[in-house]
Design a protein around this ligand. Structure first.
Ligand code: CTP
Length: 419
């Protein structure tokens, strides 16, 4: 028999006191109901790797909703339940914890969502993607902290390997192809050789995955610390091409992603900016294909369309003679993310200068006078007002007026000339 590993010390050291105390109470309540309770998945993996992860996933052999209801009373949390899968979420100001009833899953056909039935912890672990995600920790008091490792996960963690549990894993759910690359790059691990072969074999299965699910995976990648590494690896293995043949996960992209991070200072750049950079090499037609493959939201689709449309107009923006008002005219109305993507990605220094001028200054320039002011100055309501406001705006942009008084003088001169 293998030696029992107890992780209660690690739990205490690495997780906040409130969460530790919650798990202890949860274990006691579960035991008093005759249920078994486990901490499972990514948080166990990260506990062993010494990495911060506060997303607690608990699995109950019994009923997650019953347990969550009791815990919500004791710990005064907000509870949300999903009776269809017998899962529950408990939330407080700072924390949230997911509780799921242990389940077995079968896949009726590749790419479809699985058929779910209640089951044991063993069933629950055996449906998972990679060995490193199949560890569980006992939470009931008599076995509190004991590690359950059914698939040699500890060895794989030590060796830095991403390994599937069975030969059909990627066929059952090809999103695991993207997940595998994400973990490999995030943890600086490697796909275990047989897993790598299966992954390559099953790349065509990616076409069985719905746009929503693929987009979700891509968003998860773009929220990683270094998404470019995942995309680079995806290009190397021809996974990226399966998403769209014109996408490139190359050094250029890595460079642009790094610049996007510098621009965002300590925050992660928005997913939309990364996506716009990823889609930058695409033509209009390519980007329409990507938009429909990923079923992008209206606003993300708009960002991509704007990005490509600005790119196609870069020649006009590269003219060193452009006045600020012409720069404004060429860029206003586009999404700021699409403009930023072009500032990072374009190859023409003058165009980049103009784009940055717009982003840093021109887009904020407004005339001091408004329509009412113009009426007060004697201009009759109608299309004229709009026309004059436009002229004022241009004069402001080009530095021909710099104050409210200057604007009024301009109007007065204009009125004198036109009366
Ligand atoms: N899972 C799976 N196949 C998928 C998605 C998820 O087997 N296509 C399993 C994984 O074993 C994972 C668990 O469901 O541990 C929870 O999924 P998720 O929340 O995405 O993973 P975490 O490990 O919690 O998160 P991460 O590793 O990204 O930090």
């Amino acid at each position: 028999m293998s030696e029992i590993i107890n992780l209660s010390n690690k739990i205490e050291k690495q997780l906040p006191t409130e969460l530790v105390s919650f798990m202890q109470v949860a274990g006691e309540v579960a035991a008093s109901q005759g249920q078994n309770l486990y901490l499972v998945g990514g948080v166990v993996r990260d506990l062993l790797l010494g990495q911060t992860n506060l997303d607690l996933d608990l699995v109950v052999e019994g009923s997650a909703i019953n347990l969550a209801q009791q815990l919500a009373q004791i710990k005064l949390g907000k509870i949300t339940t999903h009776p269809r899968f017998n899962t529950a979420k408990l939330q407080w100001d700072k924390w949230s914890i997911d509780l799921a009833t242990a389940r077995s899953e079968t896949y009726a056909k590749p790419g479809a969502l699985p058929i779910v039935k209640p089951g044991s912890l063993s069933n629950d672990l055996s449906r998972r993607d990679f060995t490193i995600n199949t560890m569980a920790i006992e939470l009931i008091p008599s076995r509190y902290g004991e590690l359950i490792d059914r698939y040699g996960s500890i060895d794989d963690l030590k060796q830095g390997l991403i390994r599937v549990l069975h030969e059909k894993s990627f066929i059952d759910d090809a999103t695991r192809i993207w997940r595998g690359l994400r973990y490999e790059q995030r943890l600086y691990f490697q796909l275990e050789p047989n897993t790598l072969q299966l992954l390559i074999r099953d790349i065509p299965m990616l076409d069985t995955i719905s746009g929503d699910r693929i987009r979700h995976e891509l968003e998860l990648i773009l929220k990683e610390k270094y998404p470019e590494n995942v995309l680079y690896r995806a290009e190397e293995l021809s996974v990226l091409h399966r998403l769209h043949p014109a996408l490139k996960g190359n050094g250029w992209l890595s460079n642009k992603f790094k610049q996007a991070r510098q621009l965002s200072h300590s925050n992660l750049p928005p997913v939309a900016l990364y996506l716009a950079l990823l889609a930058y090499p695409l033509t209009n037609e390519d980007s329409e294909q990507l938009i429909s493959r990923l079923r992008l939201s209206k606003s993300l689709a708009q960002t991509l369309r704007n990005t490509i449309s600005i790119k196609t107009n870069l020649k006009s923006l590269a003219n060193p003679e452009l006045t600020p008002s012409s720069v404004h005219y060429l860029l206003h109305g586009y999404s700021p993310t699409a403009i930023t993507a072009n500032s990072l990605a374009c190859d023409f220094p003058v165009a980049r200068q103009n784009i940055n001028l717009f982003l840093n200054r021109l887009r904020y320039v407004k005339p001091a006078l408004n329509g009412d002011d113009l009426k007060r100055m004697g201009i009759s309501p109608g299309p004229q007002i709009k026309e004059i406001l436009k002229l004022l705006h241009e004069a402001r942009l080009d530095g021909k007026v710099t104050s409210k008084q200057g604007e009024e003088d301009l109007i007065k001169g204009w009125l004198a000339r036109n009366r």
